[in-house]
Design a protein around this ligand. Structure first.
Ligand SMILES: N=c1c2ncn([C@@H]3O[C@H](COP(=O)(O)OP(=O)(O)OP(=O)(O)O)[C@@H](O)[C@H]3O)c2ncn1[C@@H]1O[C@H](COP(=O)(O)O)[C@@H](O)[C@H]1O
Length: 107
């Protein structure tokens, strides 16, 4: 179990993107722009699919991490905060009423 969150990674991505550091992959990708960032995200998605279909759990964990990181870079380039995506997911969950049902089943 890890306490590390996507919000933590979003903060790191934002800091490194703005740093312009020559040793930062995030800064390089951010400066390259959306076409490059989205292409990289697409490649990571395909690698994740291959790991999933191949039933390779270790590869699926590793590719999922690559995927989520590159997704956050795409969001950063688009200037969309992670909280916008979470709010949309929350709205959908509220619509389905499943959040209350899950809370009641735990209580
Ligand atoms: N989570 C990641 C992360 N996952 C993957 N990558 C980088 O993404 C790049 C591309 O990954 P690939 O597996 O496709 O590697 P590759 O095939 O050699 O790359 P290409 O030939 O396609 O360019 C590699 O350089 C990886 O190091 C990441 N780079 C950074 N982070 C996070 O971002 C933080 C800041 O990193 P820097 O910006 O590099 O300081 C790090 O501390 C991490 O928390």
């Amino acid at each position: 179990m890890s306490d590390f969150t996507l919000a933590d990674l979003e903060t790191i991505v934002a800091t490194r993107a703005r740093s312009g550091a020559s040793d930062s992959w995030t800064a390089k990708l951010y400066q390259a722009g959306m076409e490059r960032a989205a292409k990289k995200f697409g490649e990571e998605a395909m690698e994740t699919v291959i790991a999933a279909v191949g039933s390779d759990k270790a590869a699926l964990v590793s590719e999922s991490a690559d995927l989520l990181y590159h997704w956050l870079v795409v969001l950063a380039v688009a200037d969309i905060p992670l909280s916008d995506v979470m709010a949309e997911l929350e709205r959908r969950t509220a619509q389905s009423g499943l959040a209350e049902k899950a809370a009641r089943s735990v209580a």
